[in-house]
Design a protein around this ligand. Sequence first.
Ligand code: 0A1
Ligand code: ZN
Length: 854
Amino acid sequence: MTDTNARILADYQPSDFAILSTELEFDLADQATRVVNKMHIERITDKAQPLILDGEQLKLISVQLNNIELSESQYQLNETSLTIDTEAQDFILTVITEIDPLNNTALEGLFKSGDAFCTQCEAEGFRRITYYLDRPDVMAKFTTKVIADKKQYPYLLSNGNKIAAGDLANGKHFVTWQDPFLKPCYLFALVAGDFDVLRSSYTTVSGREVALELFVDRGNLPKAEHAMTSLKKSMQWDEQTFGLEYDLDIYMIVAVDFFNMGAMENKGLNVFNSKFVLADQSSATDTDYFNVEAVIAHEYFHNWTGNRVTCRDWFQLSLKEGLTVFRDQQFSGDMHSAAVTRIQNVRVLRAQQFAEDAGPMAHPIRPEKVLEMNNFYTLTVYEKGAEVIRMIHTLLGQDKFRQGMDLYFQRFDGMAVTCDDFVDAMADGSGIDLSQFKRWYSQSGTPELIVKESFDKQQQLFTLTIAQVNKPSKQQTEKQDLLIPIKLELLSDNEKTQHLITLSDSQQKFEFSGYSVKPIVAFLSGFSAPVKVNFPQREQELALIMVKASDAFNRWDAGQQLLTRYIHALVQDADFTLPQDLVVAFKQILTLPGDAALKAEQLTLPSFDELVEQFEQIDPIKLLDALKQIRLFLAQGLASEFHQQFQRLSGRAYQNDGQSIGERALKNVCLAYLSHLSDYQSLTVNQYQNADNMTDTLAALHYQALTASARFSEQIKDFEQKWYQTPLVMDKCFMLQALFADESIFNKLAVLEQHPLFILKNPNRARSLIGAFSHNNPRYFHCLSGRGYRFLAKHVAALNDINPQVASRLITPLIQFKKFDSKRQAMMKTELVNLSQLSNLSRDLKEKLDAALG
Ligand code: 0A1
Ligand code: ZN
């Protein structure tokens, strides 16, 4: 296989043409939507290049240049472009195309979600609507007229302000929208449908009134309140934190059931996966509530970091995504517990981003080579990208970070820029040199820090020697030293001191004087850099950090390190005797006063994914058995304490405040341990029956599935009957069944695949069964019969034709085969080889399969 179509960052050339204005007219029909696209184009370089417009899966009806129809000999058409050989400098080009939204199962371009029309144009979906310069550095003023049947589609929406509306013949009507801001076509959006609308308004700091409109399926209005509140909080936070105010008179959000990703920040008209809009007590968990708020914030924050200042090219994706994720993480931390939010972000990074960085698709946060751009909406670009911004925040400090941001907007408002432009603005705005720091943008892989300590009692000198290891990879054989901010705390009997040191060489010594006794180091406070740490501290030291460190991340991490050590010991030797000290430490967490949400995190074992990352070629079953052993050990050792806490926190009426959410989390962690003990089997059954909220309902069913409880089938049936009509809860229903942890899972999966509500074309549903099984049922996904791998591969093959983006995301657990033992590697590889021989292999899958098998 070759990758001659891959694009390379170094090949970037500015466009020879600018599009000054784009006037669109859509006449909507399920299988034959007509799109008239009138562009005012200007040649901006003196090169005599032809105009090459991007286009895919389009039926070309006509092309006019300055109102004169071109004959077929005056343009060239192929599968991906329309070339017009003109020498004109300044002209009007009108392209008419026809598209088929109903059969657009890839959900890129214009498609149908249920009865509504909607669009998704990022990254390169606009070219499935019309021929265009589909690149983010071509920015135009858009006017959009939408025509559709009035009864079926009472709401016709697009970006900007409504400038005209009226009735037409044959029961049709139209609305015309104009967006006063220049924008690249990836931020274009159109929605047409029949909705319930939640309306509100927000008055900005400067006193402008903004209309807020949230469009949901009919009947879902009460589930939109939380999203609306979240939007207002986001608007206020961005004003207060970054001095950024909203800029249009209207902000619209539409929730749809068919969507590949979480949501999309189209200017003035966000389109959301309904999963990140709808929430109420009975159908949404605490995590769902949290995520709705975070995604609403994320898309809102893009209005400045993404829309007002956008990316020059798609290699710069992290310019907007890393920065916007950092902003939404800060927002969530401010709205909730900053410590718990941070810990949860770190868990995701360690479990998933580290794996990506160690796998065949590893790439720097600014990739250098791309075959299918949709493959680069990754944990690396998003989450590691946010860590890189966080490190700048740490190096500059809050005030200088803000100065840098102010300069960034001053310099680049209305422009399409690069990651280097961003870092330069941060450096110039703060006066801090970030030139070495820039390497984070071009280097893939997770750095490892090797930390050694020494103590000179006579000199009262404590020394830390820190080395950084940036392992060469297939993609990058030579790596350079990074600039790594390390926060730490030195704990001694009478004082605690916090330090920020920066490691810039491959090895450096850091000296701390005035210690008569060796201090204990709480290292990498707040997880100040996205690195692995190799620092062999003694167990007693970790135990002390668990209770004494000022930073909650350090306290949590010390506990996780202890647990991790014992899990490693159990993997080596299943007869390893776990120390009673562990029970004592856990008992302290459980019984001493403290924040319940943080306790829940401290009592949660490292996940299978986090642990896999720390091994080479692990037998997954051995690792799962070790986890099971330590879980049982703690459950048995602390059964009465877990039960006491569980009872203390049970039976309270549902409330949605931070304290109650934390207490629910703690209660359910206790329940999780107890569910593994035969004496406590009735607890999950009772909790399911008595729960007055989805968090508790789901927890009960979840633990039954994980312990393959005999009561599961009866209670999940009840759950299904109750929620049959509610798609987002049916996703949960499929997900729970996919987690059932015994041999019967394969029969269950076979039945579920035939379920009338199992709709492969719906990405949420596909993920809820196939994704949940392959990510979260590792014992059976990795079972030696190979059935788990075959199950995933079979569905990936089917999705290759239906929705390549979803197929390409689901394949992740298979391409990470190198992490596992040789038997499993061989079986996983066989599936990948079979997939690579599919007749219509999509670009998305091809890129990943080439990387994994090459
Ligand atoms: N920019 C959006 C994510 C997004 C990306 C691609 C999509 O379709 C291929 C859809 C959404 C965000 O960061 O929220
Ligand atoms: Zn984003």
